[in-house]
Design a protein around this ligand. Structure first.
Ligand code: FAD
Length: 407
């Protein structure tokens, strides 16, 4: 545990650090990448440009520092970070680099206000948080009852099939190049892909949820193409490459499955799988697993999309709902097309609401959801207002460690 005097200093300086948090973390990344350019291979450089990563880190550092005495309330957040680190293959020797540059950034941003005593206390705080994460990650790199460790680092997979699922989403069926076996994963988990584009100085790492069930002999990812929204903003680097360049027979290095968002297969409660847009991928994995295991659980699969044109796995889910008496499918289109209207392909237009959820989903369900940030905020808020206990609410966030609690 951290010593009392240092804890007092942390608590006393939290407000000033919080006030400058974004300046500190922005400076931190600049400083760290200047000292260690090789880390650009690991950190998402687009998130640096958009400011997402510094904001996420600022929020995480603040939350951790505010809970140094008793970390139990932030354990779920730490678990999420540890799982992401497993997926990125972060190892203990990388922590001192981050620590040194974070403390350097605090010192440089706060200037004279940051006395040696203050920096010393924050160094200790960083050490406490880093140790907690390193310990958690150590267990994730080992075989556990819940999950095999899989493999170390990146393993080459070959694109066995590339299948278009909608106007914007394409699936890639991946099999290991070494033709060895692949470990099972927990439905809802993700892998990290490494993209090394010829002529570009750094590699790009991105996470993709596994969109089929475990035990198939392949891993499947389903990727949305992130086009350039206008001439000032470039298209998404990795998703564009996967769609336009990566073909059947090509190789993609990936890490072993990870993630704290997964279906509890031991439960027998009703389950509501709620998705927006490409956020459906982990929920399709859960659905396929429940169907393959002939689960008797009452399953509500709710999918919100812009319209039928961008609705991936539409026929797949429809077929399941037709055949499995315990599975109901609900489609919500924000802007249904004339054809969607003619086919009566949706149960609601516009957005998902609390009223709709209350009318259609069982209150005693376990709720799993994933989608764009505004969708996540709306669903999270609705479930809270309905009085669903936190332990029954599970979600995956496709951004960097974001916050869906605010607003
Ligand atoms: P990036 O290059 O990272 O760009 C991201 C966005 O920022 C793009 O829309 C781009 O147009 C925009 N942008 C670029 N530059 C700027 C700028 N200067 N200003 C403003 N905006 C800018 N995605 C899926 O499709 N399927 C999945 O199953 C899936 N699962 C995920 C699971 C997890 C756990 C996580 C964390 C993410 C998941 N994602 C998934 C998202 C995925 O990891 C990528 O973030 C996504 O594919 C975009 O990556 P990219 O390299 O194409 O875009």
């Amino acid at each position: 545990p951290i010593d009392a005097k240092k804890l007092d200093i942390i608590n006393a300086t939290l407000p000033v650090v919080a006030e400058h948090a974004e300046a500190i973390t922005t400076h931190f990344y600049q400083r760290m990448f200047a000292n260690h350019p090789e880390l650009k291979n690991i950190f998402n450089q687009t998130h640096q440009i958009t400011g997402r990563q510094p904001r996420a880190l600022a929020a995480a550092v603040y939350a951790a520092a505010a809970h140094l005495e008793d970390m139990t309330t932030i354990l779920p957040a730490l678990e999420r970070i540890a799982q992401k680190h497993r997926s990125l293959q972060i190892k203990p020797d990388q922590y001192p680099i981050v620590g040194e540059n974070l403390l350097g950034a605090i010192q440089e941003v706060l200037g004279n206000a940051a006395t040696d005593e203050i920096i010393d206390a924050w160094a200790e705080a960083y050490g406490v948080i880093a140790d907690a994460l390193i310990r958690m990650e150590e267990t994730l790199y080992r075989d556990t009852e819940l999950q095999p460790a899989g493999w170390n680092g990146f393993r080459n997979f070959v694109v066995d099939r590339k299948v278009k699922e909608s106007d914007v989403i394409t699936s890639f069926y991946l099999k290991p190049e070494d033709q060895g076996s692949i470990p099972d994963f927990l439905p809802g988990q993700y892998i990290t892909v490494k993209l090394d584009v010829e002529g570009q100085p750094y590699t790009h790492l991105r996470q993709y949820s596994l969109s089929d069930r475990p035990g198939t002999g392949y891993y499947r990812i389903s990727v949305k193409r992130e086009d350039a929204p206008n001439s000032d903003i470039p298209a998404g680097i990795v998703s564009s490459y996967l769609h336009s360049q990566l073909e059947e027979g090509d190789v993609l290095p990936i890490t072993a499955p990870a993630g704290d968002f997964y279906l509890d297969m031991a439960a027998d409660t009703p389950v509501a799988l709620i998705s927006g847009g490409v956020g459906l991928t982990p929920l399709i994995s859960m659905l396929n697993t429940l169907v393959a295991e002939q689960s008797k659980r009452e399953v509500s699969f709710v999918h919100a999309a812009l319209s039928g044109n961008v609705h991936a796995f539409k026929n797949h889910v429809q077929e399941i709902a037709k055949q499995a008496v315990n599975v109901r499918s609900f489609v919500i289109y924000e802007k249904p097309s004339a054809q969607d209207i003619q086919e009566q392909a949706f149960v609601k237009d516009g957005f998902i609401t609390l009223e709709w959820i209350k009318e259609n989903l069982p209150k005693d369900a376990d709720f799993y959801f994933c989608g764009p940030t505004p969708f996540m905020k709306a669903v999270n808020k609705a479930l809270k207002q309905w009085g669903i206990p936190a332990e029954k609410v599970h979600y995956e966030f496709f951004g960097s460690f974001g916050d869906i609690e605010s607003e």
